[in-house]
Design a protein around this ligand. Structure first.
Ligand SMILES: [Zn+2]
Length: 282
């Protein structure tokens, strides 16, 4: 089934006096949501005991948990020490997401740095395969790495590159960040046809079954010529992309993605709005 939830905790969660992420699953369920993405963006700092506490709450409240791996990962970097650190971040994220009761880890694969694009991509491909071997070696084969589509040309992971990565191993689940695709394309996603072309590309690369299970990041976004600037909220009407153009396609094509909202501060409220749009209530 399709699921909706926030990346991290909304401002309103804290404004209502809640302080800890183990309180989030019940709070999300009360809003009618059923997914939650825990961020290790600035490091994997979650203790095992707290992870288990969140997992128990998530299970009790039917919240599907995923995790976002640290932003410091760069599998394009040829430096052996830096690569080791990237693998460690991935392994730590995989271990903790398992304790959280989830099996999806979203990864920013890399940055081009001063390399030719082809060389950076080759390093990333080798790195992703090595990451899979490390997961297998650590008994974490059940974890799905989700390479994410990125919002800046300096980053690795446009749509084609991301789909190519997912062809390396059947366990990879593409993370389609539609805000990033919109920013990278300088406002490319407006009509339902624009979104349909993206889904068509996923289906033709990975097949309909894998496309239907995709991981989705959705928010509005501000961008410049250099791509992504910052995530915005749905209330800020001048920013795209807009979920009402995508939702009918998910329905028509029988998709059951995990849709995570990354709007700035209002991620739970805006996830709820997406759920209502999908259910035809908005
Ligand atoms: Zn991300």
């Amino acid at each position: 089934m399709i699921r909706f939830g926030p990346a991290g905790n909304s401002d309103s969660f804290y404004a209502q006096g809640f302080q800890a992420s183990w309180q989030a699953p019940a709070w999300l369920r009360a809003m009618g949501l059923n997914a939650y993405e825990y961020s290790f963006g600035r490091g994997v700092q979650l203790g095992e005991e707290m992870a288990r506490k969140i997992a128990a709450q998530a299970k009790a409240n039917d919240i599907a948990v995923s995790a976002h791996a640290p932003y410091f990962i760069n599998l394009a970097n040829p430096d052996p020490e830096k690569r080791e650190r990237s693998f460690q971040y991935i392994l730590d994220s995989a271990r903790l997401v398992t304790l959280l009761g989830g099996d999806r880890v979203v990864v920013h694969v890399g940055a081009q740095m001063k390399m030719e694009r082809g060389e950076a991509l080759e390093n990333c491909r080798a790195g992703l395969l090595e990451a899979c071997r490390r997961l297998d070696g650590a008994g974490l084969s059940q974890v799905h790495l989700c390479p994410e589509t990125m919002g800046r040309p300096s980053q690795i992971g446009d749509l084609t590159e991301t789909l190519d990565f997912c062809l390396l191993d059947g366990r990879f689940i593409p993370c389609l960040d539609f805000a990033h695709l919109h920013a990278l394309g300088q406002g490319a996603l407006n009509t339902t046809e624009d979104f349909a072309r993206v889904l068509d590309a996923v289906e033709s690369a990975l097949g309909i079954d894998r496309a239907r299970e995709m991981h989705v990041h959705f928010s509005t976004i501000e961008y410049t010529a250099a791509g992504e600037k910052r995530h915005r909220t749905f209330a800020e009407e001048k920013y795209g992309p807009r979920f009402d153009r995508l939702a009918p396609l998910f329905k028509e094509r029988g998709y059951t993605p995990r849709v995570i909202c990354e709007c700035h501060g209002t991620m739970a409220e805006d996830a709820k709005t997406m759920m209502e749009i999908f259910n035809g209530e908005e």
